[in-house]
Design a protein around this ligand. Sequence first.
Ligand code: HSE
Length: 451
Amino acid sequence: MAEHSAHTDTARAARPPLRIALAGVGTVGAGVIRLVETNAGLIARRAGRPIVVSAVCARDRHKDRGVDLSAYAWEDDMTALAARDDVDVVVELVGGADGPALMLARNAIAHGKALVTANKAMIAHHGLQLAAWAEAAGVPMRFEAAVAGGIPVIKGLREGAAANAIERIYGILNGTCNFILSTMEDTGRDFADVLAEAQAKGFAEADPAFDIEGTDAAHKLSILSAIAFGTRIDFASVDTAGIARILAADIAQADSLGYVIRLIGMAEVDGVEGGLFQRVQPHLVPFDHPLAHVDGATNAIVAEGNFSGRLLFQGAGAGDGPTASAVVADIIDIARGYDAGFEADATFSIPVADLTDMAPAPRGHRLGRAYIRFIVADRPGVLAEITAAMRDAGVSIESLIQKGRAGDDGEVLVAMVTHEGPEAAVTQALRLLEGSESLAAPPLVMQILGH
Ligand code: HSE
């Protein structure tokens, strides 16, 4: 036994270092360097070989990033990283769905290098093509950091829950929105004011519209859907709404009814009509649901497996340390298997050629309860007009609150919660009210998350 382990140790110690090239040395890139330096010993033991940085490329060579880059080769041209003989893994941390990041990813695979990326937009738009190339070339492509920062949800699904049929996956996938909503909730402040604070804290995307319009969460959801359900990524079919129209008054109303508001991404295969349902939308979440307690920039994902039951993954969805942790975990996976015939043919848990092409599920028949908020003129008959539209569309109202608005501009807020019914009925009721002079703004509809 002792002899055997001595032999194994020698074999492991003899394995050459895995050499990485970093494209992009911003917050996450600097985090990766700090992590591989700080934890070098334990990473080498776990990976069976050291992981070393060979070369880096970033926009500004002289910028102070808090890490010393002088020991690494510097490339001004990012794509040159892919061609270097002293590089086994290209780590893409540049961002952006297309352009330089995509070109680098393609070149890395073409040169037979493994690819690790944190780029959710690129994977959501081009992940299938990149995976097809990577699988054909027999090189691994990994993107744990693209979804929910430091939370190992992709590994959780690909490995820990691999034996399960996933029935539903949903969660909080954007830290910026979660920070904004939970801060509005804690302070009573309005949206625009809190957005500025979120940007200052540095977890918003370069273009914060991606966060607040739900696009970033939709990128992540479309990637999770592929892994959870074995379907081709279909970002274009994610029914996406953001949080910019949520008022402090909505948060107060939700609170008085026993809910918090959270931006939820949700995906499931429709068991009745067939098709893949994918939606990112603010929801009312009951106080006693685990997602109601996810505050600040934290992310959390619930996956319901047919044997595992409900799994909850929670942690930091952004930031240098957590995102670097996910990037380096992917590199360790590659280090463990790279020389030994790495199984490169299951990028999305199954080979990309075997993913099914599932049509978007129809939505109208989905049953649910909804919160609907109107801003209306404060005059006789307005409430009757709204409730008549609900009646005519077959929407049953569970509760209704009318509140005067601060500023006394002759408008009031009417918020209602419906009994469970088809989403199509709510859509029909709002259609009946379209163009009504009683409405001072388009109504806001949010689904209520069930247990
Ligand atoms: N802007 C993203 C967020 C960062 O707020 O969650 C991580 O993808």
